[in-house]
Design a protein around this ligand. Structure first.
Ligand code: PMP
Length: 372
């Protein structure tokens, strides 16, 4: 993504910081095996599809009215889900929901970032953090990582002390590397961020359910500037639903009310998410299968001679390639779409169904043979 491309909107009086930039977007190509956007490969079970239809039908009768602006029933159920699965008791007042965790993150930056303020992330990481920063007029600071993609605590502390960011993003498990961040590291960065500013620390746990480690949710206790962000796009297999949420001190939930659009979560979205939450146990069963497929991909790739970054997510970073874009194309030529996240030498593959993963492993086995 070069910064010098000519775009159709170049003649429009757009904001200077958007000029010459490219929009976020993974190619949506029509190939047999798509393992490029960390989606859950399992369609929702039929019983859940029926339940969604039922709840949406009920909601449709009230579509002449605006939705529950505070999404009370949904936030209560999300809080119940977190309390049951993430090792810490939270309630309605701790939880806020929006259209995908991208919107949650945008609301956080609208509230705690903005013009004259900065946010930091430790890169490579989820590229939307920097893009949402740009969209909200927040300055962006790229923090360092170790060679093995873990966070270098000392270097991170120094960068935070030097730049005094208003928002610190910690992505665990990290996208695109799959790297989990331990609680000690999060706490060290939280202390550094409070000493420097104080600032908000946002733990993006979009892939939390796939981790070998416990959720970082308990860390919000007694830390009013710590926020945990989650999504139903991955573990709940509901990327099309667009439902993300956060857990934090109730003051944070109150603060984002200042920027949320009124009635931002449609009645249809709320009804659908509530139906999905009724089927949590079935959906978490798919998560367990995906975790074991993820581990199989890691083991098989290493056996084939690839370098693989330890993964706590539903995807795997593998390499290393002299030219990752060429390797991406060669895998695509074999009918498998993976992701080139622009990390030099590395590609990322999402865990799919066993058959999809076999197709991917066949493709990269052939690739290896050609190069040996
Ligand atoms: N955070 C991370 C780390 C992600 O990888 C993603 C999705 N790719 C998101 C947040 C946003 O997901 P959604 O808006 O679908 O909740």
């Amino acid at each position: 993504h070069s910064n010098t491309t000519r775009n159709a909107w170049d003649e429009l009086p757009i904001r200077d910081e958007l000029r010459g930039k490219s929009p976020y977007g993974a190619p949506q190509l029509d190939v047999p095996v798509r393992l490029n956007t960390n989606e859950n490969p399992y369609p929702l079970p039929e019983a859940l599809v029926d339940r969604i239809a039922e709840r949406v039908r009920e909601a449709a009768r009230d579509l002449n009215r605006y939705p529950d602006r505070d999404a009370v029933e949904l936030r209560t159920e999300l809080a119940r889900y977190l309390s049951r699965t993430a090792g810490h008791e939270v309630g309605l007042a701790n939880v806020w929901a929006a259209n995908g965790s991208n919107e949650v993150l945008q609301q956080l930056l609208q509230t705690f970032g903005g013009p004259g303020r900065t946010a930091i992330g430790f890169e490579p990481s989820y590229s939307m953090h920097a893009l949402i920063a740009r969209g909200t007029g927040t300055g962006w600071i790229s923090g360092p990582r170790n060679e093995d993609f873990t966070i270098d605590v000392e270097a991170a502390r120094k960068t935070i002390a030097e730049h005094r960011p208003d928002v610190v993003f910690i992505t665990s498990p990290n996208n695109p590397t799959g790297t989990a961040v331990d609680a000690e590291t999060v706490l060290a960065l939280y202390e550094a961020a409070q000493a420097a500013k104080p600032s908000m620390v946002v733990v993006d746990e979009a892939y939390g359910e796939f981790s070998h480690h416990a959720s970082l949710l308990p860390l919000i206790e007694g830390r009013p500037n710590m926020v945990l962000s989650r999504t139903m796009s991955k573990a709940f297999g509901a990327a099309g639903l667009r439902l993300g949420y956060l857990a934090a001190d109730p003051a944070v939930v109150d603060a984002v009310q200042l920027v949320r659009l009124p009635y931002h979560l449609s009645s249809i979205t709320q009804a659908t998410a509530l139906a999905a939450l009724e089927h949590t146990d079935t959906l978490l069963g798919y998560v367990a299968q995906l975790k074991s497929e993820r581990d199989r991909i890691v083991t098989r790739l290493r056996a084939l001679g690839y370098d693989v970054t330890d993964s706590d997510a539903n995807f795997v970073q593998f390499g290393r390639f002299a030219d990752s874009h060429t390797a991406w194309q060669q895998i695509l030529d074999r009918g498998v779409l993976v992701r080139d996240n622009g990390v030099p030498g590395w590609l990322r593959v999402s865990a799919g169904t066993p058959a999809e993963n076999d197709a991917f492993l066949d493709a990269v086995r052939e690739l290896k043979k050609e190069h040996d």
